[in-house]
Design a protein around this ligand. Structure first.
Ligand code: AMP
Ligand code: ZN
Length: 487
C-alpha cells in the first residue's frame, strides 16, 4: 500500500496528512530570489528543498502548478522597511542599471537551477510586471481600513488584526515595548510598508543613485513593498487559497507573517493550507548570505566539482535542520556520488553477464534485458515511507545504500536505485567518465609527482597520506600516477 504523504506545517507547528484542495492539481507557491547578486549555496539549498518537495508530490501521482516570484524591486536591505532597495544597491555595486542587473542575475539564477537539476516552476512572475495587481491589492486593503499613510509610504496597520504574527508565535507586546527601535513614522514596530514613495530626500537619492524603478500610484510615485508582491501574484496565479506555500526559515517572522496579514485583511483567511520552510546553510557560526559570508555554485564548478555533488550533500540533511557546509563534506559527497554512478554503470555490465546466459544475442539486446530489472517492492516501500514522512531524505539515502549492499541481482539493484533517482535527481545513470576529480585533489597529486621527481620521498609520502585521508589512493604508473577513490 502506498504510504500517506505527511508534511510539516509551520502554521500549525505539526506534521499533518497532505490532502490537496483539488485532486487534479496541487498548487504550490515558492518565494523566489531577490535578483541583485548571484544566488549563494544557502539560497540554492532552499530551492533544492522545493525541488525535492515537488518531485515527491509528483511521485505521489500529483500534477503540479508551481509558481515562483522573482523579486526585482521593493526588497529593502532591512526587513523593517528601512535602508536601500537591494536592487539599487546591486546596481551601484555592479555599475549597471537596476533593470540590467535584474535581468542578468535572474538568468544566472536559472542557470544554477539547471545545473542542480532543479525543475523550473510552471510560472515565473516578476514583481515589476505586476505593479497594477499590487496597487489593486493595496487599494482593497485601504478600503477595508487596514492601512495608513505616512510621509514615506502606505503602511499595513497590524493592530487591526488580532491574529497578526500567529505563524511566528510573535510576542508583539515584547517586540513593542522591549526594544529601542527606530520606528520612524510607523505606529507599531510590526507595521510594514505596502507602498513606499520614491526617496524624497534628494541628497540621499543623489548620493546613492537616482531611483530607476518607480511607478505612479493613487498615493504618489514610488514602488511596492516586498510582501505585497507575493500576495498579489500568488492570488493571481493560484487563487485566494492554495495548497502549499514555501520559503526560507527567515521568512517566518516577517515576510510570511505579513503575507498572511495581507490575505486576512483582504479575504478574511490565510492563503495556504501548508506553510513549509527550508532551514539555513551555515559556514562555521555564520549563515551564508549575499552581504556576508558567501560561496557560489560557480566557485565549486571552478574547483572541478560536479554541481550534483552539492545536491547530494544537501540531501544528507533534513530540510528542517540547519546544515553546516564545509569543503570536506562536499568532497565526501562528491566521492559518494562518484561511487554510486560507478556502481550503477557496473551493475549494467553485471546484468548483461547475468542475462547473457539467457540471451546470447546482440549486445544491445543484452543491455535492454539488463535494463529490465525489477524495482524491489520492499525497498520501494521503505523509500516511500521516508520521502512521504515529511521529506526525510537522509533516511531515503540510507535506503539507497542498503540497496547497494543488498543481495539483489545487479539488474534489480539498478532498477530500484534509478527509481529512487526520480526524487534524488543525481543523474545516477550518468557515465562515470564524465565526473571530474576536484582540482584540489589533482593539484595535490601533481605536487606529489614533483616531489617524487625531485626525490623528496618524505614529502611524497606525506602527500600520499593526505590524499588517502581525503578519500583517494594514488598509484604510480609509467606515465605518472593514477587516482582512485577509496570510499
Ligand atoms: P533572497 O534571494 O535573499 O531573497 O533569498 C532567496 C531564498 O534563499 C529565500 O527563501 C531565503 O529564505 C533563502 N536563504 C537565504 N539565505 C539562506 C541560507 N544561508 N541558507 C538557506 N536558505 C537561505
Ligand atoms: Zn514571498
Amino acid at each position: 500500500m502506498f504510504p500517506t504523504l505527511k508534511l510539516y506545517d509551520t502554521y500549525r507547528r505539526k506534521i499533518a496528512k497532505f490532502t490537496p484542495i483539488s485532486n487534479k492539481m496541487v498548487t504550490l507557491y515558492a518565494c523566489g530570489p531577490t535578483v541583485y547578486d548571484f544566488a549563494h549555496l544557502g539560497n540554492l539549498r532552499n530551492y533544492l528543498f522545493v525541488d525535492v518537495l515537488r518531485r515527491v508530490l509528483e511521485l505521489n501521482g500529483y500534477r503540479l502548478k508551481h509558481v515562483m516570484n522573482i523579486t526585482d524591486v521593493g526588497h529593502l536591505t532591512s526587513d523593517a522597511d528601512s535602508g536601500e532597495d537591494k536592487m539599487q544597491k546591486g546596481a551601484r555595486k555592479h555599475g549597471q542599471s537596476a533593470w540590467q542587473i535584474a535581468k542578468f542575475f535572474e538568468a544566472a539564477f536559472l542557470e544554477d537551477l539547471g545545473k542542480l537539476s532543479i525543475m523550473q516552476p510552471s510560472s515565473l512572475c516578476r514583481a515589476t510586471e505586476h505593479i497594477a495587481e499590487q496597487i489593486e491589492y493595496i487599494e482593497d486593503l485601504e478600503r477595508k481600513g487596514f492601512t495608513y499613510q505616512t510621509l514615506d509610504g502606505v503602511y499595513f496597520d497590524t493592530q487591526k488584526l488580532a491574529s497578526y504574527g500567529k505563524i511566528a508565535k510573535l510576542d508583539i507586546a515584547g517586540l513593542q515595548g522591549g526594544k529601542r527601535v527606530e520606528l520612524g513614522e510607523k505606529r507599531q514596530i510590526t507595521d510594514f510598508a505596502l507602498w513606499k514613495f520614491s526617496e524624497t530626500d534628494k541628497s540621499i537619492a543623489a548620493a546613492k543613485q537616482e531611483r530607476q524603478m518607480q511607478w505612479s500610484s493613487p498615493w504618489g510615485i514610488g514602488f511596492p513593498g516586498w510582501h505585497i508582491e507575493c500576495s498579489a501574484m500568488s492570488e493571481k496565479y493560484l487563487g485566494t487559497k492554495f495548497d502549499i506555500h514555501v520559503g526560507g526559515e527567515d521568512h517566518i517572522p516577517v515576510h510570511h507573517a505579513n503575507e498572511i496579514a495581507q490575505s486576512e485583511g483582504r479575504h478574511g483567511h490565510q492563503p495556504a493550507n501548508f506553510w513549509m520552510h527550508g532551514y539555513f546553510l551555515q559556514m562555521g557560526k555564520e549563515k551564508l548570505s549575499k552581504s556576508g559570508k558567501s560561496l557560489l555554485l560557480r566557485d565549486l564548478l571552478e574547483q572541478g566539482y560536479d554541481p550534483l555533488a552539492f545536491r547530494y550533500l544537501v540531501l544528507t540533511g533534513h530540510y528542517r535542520s540547519s546544515m553546516q557546509f564545509s569543503m570536506q563534506a562536499l568532497q565526501s559527497a562528491a566521492i559518494a556520488l562518484q561511487r554510486l554512478r560507478t556502481m550503477v554503470a557496473d551493475w549494467l555490465v553485471d546484468a548483461c553477464h547475468e542475462s547473457s546466459d539467457l540471451q546470447k544475442s546482440a549486445d544491445h539486446a543484452q543491455v535492454s534485458a539488463a535494463d529490465k530489472g525489477i524495482i524491489n517492492l520492499e525497498y520501494q516501500l521503505a523509500f516511500l515511507n521516508c520521502v512521504n514522512n515529511d521529506l526525510n531524505m537522509p533516511q531515503a539515502l540510507a535506503i539507497l545504500w542498503a540497496v547497494v549492499k543488498s543481495k539483489l541481482s545487479a539488474a534489480d539493484k539498478r532498477a530500484t536505485v534509478l527509481y529512487f533517482d526520480q526524487v534524488f535527481a543525481l543523474s545516477l545513470h550518468k557515465s562515470t567518465n564524465t565526473i571530474q576529480i576536484p582540482s584540489e585533489i589533482t593539484a595535490l597529486a601533481e605536487q606529489r609527482l614533483q616531489a617524487r621527481l625531485n626525490r623528496r620521498w618524505a614529502k611524497s609520502d606525506q602527500i600520499r597520506e593526505k590524499l588517502r585521508q581525503l578519500g583517494y589512493v594514488i598509484t604510480d604508473t609509467d606515465s605518472g600516477y593514477q587516482l582512485q577513490t577509496t570510499l
